[in-house]
Design a protein around this ligand. Structure first.
Ligand code: IMP
Ligand code: MG
Length: 171
């Protein structure tokens, strides 16, 4: 088993989620919000965030898988699509981490075509050093260094998602 080093403790994550929820409440006063959770990584974040937002909140799921280093449209496969229409809805895409930005660039293009009333992006973690595709993020939890992280939904070969904190795999 690899040695894990804690990067962001559970308490700091929960405080940050609360902060983001309050910002969202302010920006969407009196409006219904549709959160789009990107499976599987952003499930923990989406659920905690939804619990802290006082608006009416709907949750939808989408799953993409990326393979190889290719162009945005070629390197990404839609594995599970939304089950409900987002037409005329105020939508926030909830992501666990933005690395190169490829997943989100693809999803934004894909979801814009469905004519939501508004479309914003929220990510818990951001690795700005790694960015290849330019994406405008509306809500960011933490900017982190270029390290591979696990926990709070993020996995390494499908394990470690259930850690309540975020850690990196130490050398
Ligand atoms: P992007 O398309 O390069 O921005 O990559 C985003 C996706 O890669 C995320 O949704 C994660 O699933 C995965 N990913 C990127 N960095 C990490 C990491 O440090 N730990 C675990 N998964 C990661
Ligand atoms: Mg992911």
């Amino acid at each position: 088993m690899e040695e894990l080093k804690v990067l962001i403790e559970e308490e700091r994550i929960q405080k940050k989620v609360e902060e983001i929820a309050k910002k969202i409440e302010k920006d969407y006063e009196g409006k219904e919000i549709t959160l789009i959770c990107i499976l599987k990584g952003s499930t923990f974040f989406t659920v905690d965030l939804a619990k802290k937002i006082n608006n009416n909140v709907k949750i939808e799921f989408i799953q993409v898988s990326s393979y190889g280093a290719s162009t945005v449209s070629k390197g990404i496969e839609l594995k599970l699509d939304l089950k409900e229409s987002i037409e005329n809805k105020d939508v926030i895409i909830v992501e666990d981490i933005i690395d190169t930005g490829r997943t989100l660039s693809y999803l934004i293009e894909h979801l814009k075509d469905r004519n939501p009333k508004s479309l914003k992006l929220c990510t818990l973690l951001d690795k700005p050093e790694r960015r290849v595709y330019d994406v405008k993020v509306d809500y960011v939890g933490f900017e982190i260094p270029d390290k591979f992280v696990v926990g709070y939904g993020l996995d390494y070969d499908e394990i470690y998602r259930n850690l309540p904190y975020i850690a990196y795999i130490g050398e």
